[in-house]
Ligand binder design. Structure first.
Ligand code: PMP
Length: 354
């Protein structure tokens, strides 16, 4: 820390993203990226946009919002595009939480929530997941603060039904409920249709997983017009050009071929079932998953050792050091061939440790 660093941030522990190694070509199953490239039209759109990079981007993302709002069945005014969904989540912490309105989320969930709370100096309360890794719905009804629920949850992969989330929304009429649907396209139910019924619901989604565009940084929020206006106040007070030209062009092209993206999600779900079954045969305990990853533990090998030994064999998975989930690993679903390599390597490692 330099002697100039503001005392406001002195205690801050930053979020630690998954490794993005550039030294060797790993089989990357650690950051829930898609193993498939974006739709072919994206490359063309990017090339065509190169010329226009001298111009600032459209602060309203007009064309992108128009196409996406049609797909979602909402009005463009109920939609805000951001630099990844991390940005809209941060905006939601800024806009809808303060000293009197703490953030409330499960103890095991997306690791960025406590960091967003901390950097915005917002108090937060964590509600433990039940013993079987489910969100304790009762404890959120009501929650006495702004609720953040990842649905499906990460890193567990377990999803609540729309009716269950709706209970939380109804039980907290005077607080915003943010439903983080980063993984919803892999088999869970979206709460987007509920935004016309509830003025306290904000749904966030991303192009990073189901639409193969993690590197483009494109996310969005869906909610009633007044919530979106508040979030726009925050956006225009921090970074009006938050979604750059290349990303807007890529996003538009990506949505034009959205069937391709949704077919990829179907393939991932198929490979997920196969991988879960193979891991179970090897003795792993696997939580049910509605996402593009599996959360797995094995009685004979601790999570960190498995992570390390797979890395030595060129396969990256994600290990978390939080005590409650220390024995687990989160394994992204890649292509069938990548998952076959994972199963082979894991089998060898278990053999070795026996
Ligand atoms: N929510 C959850 C639950 C996530 O796992 C992630 C990915 N790290 C995000 C939001 C943010 O993703 P992005 O900023 O790439 O949209």
């Amino acid at each position: 820390m330099s002697r100039f660093f503001s005392s406001r941030y002195a205690e801050l522990t930053p979020y630690v993203p998954g490794e993005q190694p550039i030294d060797q070509p790993y089989i990357k199953l650690n950051t829930n990226e898609s193993p498939f490239p974006p739709p072919p039209g994206v490359a063309e759109a990017l090339a065509a946009e190169a010329d226009r990079l001298r111009l600032y981007s459209d602060t309203e993302c007009t064309q992108l919002r128009s196409i996406l709002s049609e797909r979602l069945g909402v009005s463009p005014n109920e939609l805000l595009m951001t630099n990844g969904s991390d940005e809209i989540l941060n905006f939601a912490f800024m806009a809808f939480c303060d000293e009197q309105t703490p953030a409330i989320f499960p103890d095991i969930t997306y690791g960025f929530y406590p960091v967003f709370a901390a950097i915005n100096r917002i108090p937060f309360r964590e509600i433990p997941l039940t013993a079987d890794w489910r969100i304790d719905l009762e404890a959120f009804c009501p929650a006495e603060g702004t609720v953040f629920l990842a649905n499906p949850n990460a890193p567990t992969g377990i999803a609540l039904g729309r009716d269950e989330i709706e209970r939380v929304i109804r039980a907290n009429p005077d607080h915003v409920v943010v439903v983080d649907e980063a993984y919803v396209d892999f088999g869970a139910e979206s709460c987007v249709p509920l935004i016309h019924q509830y003025d306290n619901l904000l749904v966030t989604q991303t192009f990073s997983k189901s639409r193969s565009m993690a590197g483009a940084r494109l996310g969005f929020g869906v909610g009633c017009e007044s919530l979106i206006r508040d979030l726009n106040t925050v956006k225009f007070s921090t970074n009006p050009y938050n979604v750059n030209r290349a990303t807007q062009a890529a996003g538009i092209a990506c949505l034009r071929e959205d069937d391709y993206n949704m077919e990829n999600c179907r393939r991932i779900q198929e490979t997920r079932s196969w991988t879960a079954e193979e891991l179970r045969k090897l003795g792993f305990r696997i939580l049910d998953s509605w996402t593009n990853f599996l959360f797995a533990e094995h009685a004979a090998i601790d999570g960190e050792t498995l992570y390390r030994k797979l890395k030595e064999r060129g396969i990256l998975i994600r290990h978390f050091s939080l005590p409650r989930i220390r024995n687990y690993n989160r394994i992204t679903i890649g292509t069938r061939e990548q998952m076959e390599a994972l199963i082979r390597a894991t089998g060898d490692i278990l053999e070795e440790t026996r």
